[in-house]
Ligand binder design. Structure first.
Ligand SMILES: [Zn+2]
Length: 169
């Protein structure tokens, strides 16, 4: 694990756990699992979960997967599902905030973009430029795509998260 990952988690007050997310949630309402079926989740993924913790509202922090619904449902055998979810636009806004933070932090701290196992063969992301390209294509079919991105950026700006790093590089 990249040394900045546990530093980021400690800075934001979220605990990492070596449990596997295989039978439950990556974030179970208390800790972020660092492992799944195939072993270590990967720096990029754990950092993304930390970002979710950071951008989630207080009432989400006690809920598995931040009450966003299981984005990992079809991934690595994780079957966790929620009965309650946030409005899709709120979930997407938070997702964009996480992606922005991951690009900022990943670049600044030299954290690598790990190849997600489920997209092997079609996933050509090897650096943060590639990640940015991939992520901006992912939702481009949506009418509200640009609006949600603006909303995400405005929120991060309001929280002072675009112009300073949470921990020293
Ligand atoms: Zn996410």
């Amino acid at each position: 694990m990249h040394p900045k990952i546990p530093e980021l988690a400690a800075h934001f007050g979220v605990k990492l756990s070596e449990r596997s997310c295989e039978d439950g949630a990556v974030y179970d309402g208390r800790t972020i699992a660092t492992n799944c079926k195939s072993g270590y989740l990967g720096d990029h993924r754990v950092m993304h979960e930390i970002a979710h913790y950071v951008v989630s509202k207080r009432r989400q922090k006690g809920k598995p997967e931040f009450n966003l619904g299981s984005v990992y449902n079809s991934w690595e055998g994780v079957k966790y599902l929620h009965t309650r979810k946030l409005p899709l636009s709120e979930g997407d806004t938070q997702e964009f905030m996480c992606q922005f933070l991951c690009v900022l932090w990943g670049r600044a701290y030299g954290i690598s973009v790990v190849l997600p196992s489920e997209r092997e063969g079609s996933w050509d992301v090897v650096d943060w430029d590639g990640y940015l390209r991939y992520k901006t294509q992912e939702f481009s079919h949506s009418d509200s795509y640009q609006q949600l991105q603006w909303r995400a950026l405005i929120r991060l700006r309001a929280r002072g998260m675009l112009n300073r790093l949470p921990i020293a590089a």
